[in-house]
Design a binder for this molecule. Structure first.
Ligand SMILES: C[S@@+](CC[C@H](N)C(=O)[O-])C[C@H]1O[C@@H](n2cnc3c(N)ncnc32)[C@H](O)[C@@H]1O
Length: 181
């Protein structure tokens, strides 16, 4: 289920952008969480959420990553059109959450919105997600933040995070913000 069909891409790329970035920013504000330092958005699609975070918080580096190379290429094109050129703080690259290429403890924050159900074969499967969660835990710095949003398995993900010693900073029906010890 990792690759979306064209209809899904249109839905995600052009409709999610209206609701996902403002929701992420609103929740970060609500939790008084400042995305600074080095950020990874995984399963970013074209990167609209990273753009919103960049415009509001000015983190020093933001890696905008997706499994689907066409999403990454479209995201780069969109960014150049929107900002005039690629901001030096942005790195667009293809990444698989199940096998991230980054070193341990590289990021101050990891963001994942509406990605994990695409990692699984079926919406409610929980076969690959634990591997992805453990990769995110690996690349977060101590004290780092994980912003998670999905439509299934929220409680199971939260359990994995608590088992690894993370605290929940913010919780809604679909979103959670966790902090690494
Ligand atoms: C529904 S879209 C969400 C895009 C964006 N985060 C949003 O909220 O609008 C899911 C994205 O996850 C990506 N994805 C699926 N499996 C992935 C994996 N194993 N690693 C990284 N990204 C993945 C897809 O290519 C797709 O761009």
């Amino acid at each position: 289920m990792a690759s979306m069909n064209n209809f899904e891409k249109i839905f995600v790329n052009y409709l999610n952008r209206l609701r996902v970035p403002p929701t992420v920013v609103r929740l970060l504000n609500k939790g008084n969480i400042q995305p600074t330092g080095t950020i990874l958005e995984i399963g970013a699609g074209l990167g609209y959420t990273s753009h919103a975070i960049f415009n509001k918080y000015h983190p020093s580096r933001i890696f905008i990553c997706d499994f689907d190379a066409t999403q990454v290429e479209r995201g780069k094109k969109l960014t150049r059109a929107k900002f005039g050129s690629m901001p030096p703080e942005f790195v667009y690259q293809r990444e698989d959450v199940l096998n991230l290429s980054f070193n341990d403890e590289s990021f101050d924050m990891v963001i994942s919105t509406l990605m994990f159900h695409h990692v699984e074969e079926n919406l409610r499967d929980f076969k690959k997600t634990p591997r992805g969660i453990s990769e995110i835990q690996r690349v977060l710095k101590p004290g780092g933040i994980f912003f998670y949003w999905d439509i299934a398995n929220q409680e199971k993900v939260e359990q994995l995070m608590h088992d690894a010693g993370y605290t929940t900073l913010l919780s809604t029906r679909k979103q959670r913000v966790f902090q690494k010890p």
